[in-house]
Design a protein around this ligand. Sequence first.
Ligand code: PMP
Length: 433
Amino acid sequence: KGTAGLSPDTVALIERRKRTLGTLGPLFYNRPIHVVRGSGAHLFDADGVDYLDCYNNVACVGHANAHVREAVADQLAKQDTHSRYLQDEVLDYAERLLALFPEGLDRVSFTNSGSESNDLALRMARVYSGHQGVVVTANAYHGITALVSSVSPSFGTAIPLAPFLATVEVHDVLTGDMPADRVRAVLRERFVAAFRKLHDAGYGVSAVLLDQIFSSDGVLPGAQGWVADVADMAHRAGGLLIADEVQSGFARTGDAFWGFQRHHADADLVTIGKPMGNGIPTGAVVYKAAIGDAFAACTRYFNTFGGNPVSMRAAEAVLDEIESRGLLKQAKTVGDYICDGFASLLAGRPKLGQIRHAGMFIGIDIRSDDGSRPDPAGTQAIVDALRDRDILISASGADGSALKVRPPLVFTTADADRLLAAIGELRDLGYFG
Ligand code: PMP
C-alpha cells in the first residue's frame, strides 16, 4: 500500500516480512503497527504508543493475562506431551467445558484451531448422516483446510468451491426491518431450496454449518430463533446442525455462553477455537455421543497437539477468568454501552446505517452521504482514521461496509469512552456526513 509516512524501522520490518513470509498474509491498516506487548484491551508498539484494541476476540480475558501465563508456565514446568497417555489436565478441562453445554452435547474432541474443528465436524457429520452436501451462508468463512475452505464462499471463486455446497443469502433479511416471524418464514423457504438442490444433485444434506453471529456476512445477530428452525429442517432432511462458535462462543454475545443458545437451536456439533486459550492455540468439537460413536466405528482420530496439557491449562484459566470476573455480564453491559454511544453521537447522520449487536460483537453499517447505499470506501476511511488515533477496529460484510467492533471481553466503559471520543472527533471532521 506504499510506504509514505512510515518510519524506517517499520519499512524494514515490512520488507523482512515480504522476503520471508511472502505476500499471502495481508497486514492490517495503511500504516501497519509493530506490536511489542499488551495489557488488558491495550496493545503497545515499539515506541510505547498505547493502542486501544477494539477488535481482538482471541485475547478475550486480556492481553498478557497473568492467570493464563501462570497456568501455562506451571504446566510447562511439569510436562507437555501428547494425548495418548492418561492425563488429568485434558479430563479436568473436558468436564468443565461440557458442563457449559446443554444436555446431549456430551462428548468433546480437541484440535488446535477453528479450521481443524470445522474440518473434523464436517467429516463426522458425513459419516453419521451418510450424506455429503453442506449448506452455509452466502459470505461464510469457516477456515483454511482444503475441505473447510471449499465451503467458505468469502474466499471468492478463483479456487472453485465444493460441488456439494449450497449457499443461502441471509444478509438482506437479517438487516432489514422485516418482522421476526416473516424473517423466519423467508429463511425457512431459502434453506428448503438449498436442501432440495443438494438432494437433486445426489449429495443429500450432511450438515448446515453456521457461524452463530454471522461475522463475515456482516454481523447478524437478529431474529433470534431462525437457527432453531434450520436445525429442525436439517434433521428432517437427514442432516445435522454444526454451530460454528469460533467467533460467537465463550460469553461473547452477552446473552448466553454460546451463540446457538441465543437461538435455542438444537445443535448436533459445536466448533470452538479462537478465544479458548487466550492466544495459546487450542480448539475443540463438542458433539452428541452417538455422532462420535459412528465416526469411531469407521475411523480414528488422533491429533498430536490437540488437548495437550499446556493448552488445557490455558483454556481452564480462561474459564476461571470469564467466571470470576463476570465477563458474560460485562459483554452485555459494555456492548450495550458502546452501541448506545454510537447511536447518540451519530443520531440523524445519513451515513449511519443500522447498528447491530449481541454483547460485545457489534456491526455498524456505513452508508453513502445521502444514505442511499452501502459505502465500503467510507467504512475503510473510518477504520484508517481510527487507526491514526490509536484505535484498532476493522470492517466486515461481503462488501466491507460494516464497521466491526469486537474487543477483548475485559474492555471497560473507560475503554469504550476512549473509542467514542474518537468517533465524536471523526464525526466533527465530517466522516459521518
Ligand atoms: N470459523 C469462523 C466463524 C471464523 O471466523 C474463523 C477464523 N476467523 C474460523 C472458523 C477459523 O479459525 P482458525 O483461524 O482458528 O482456524
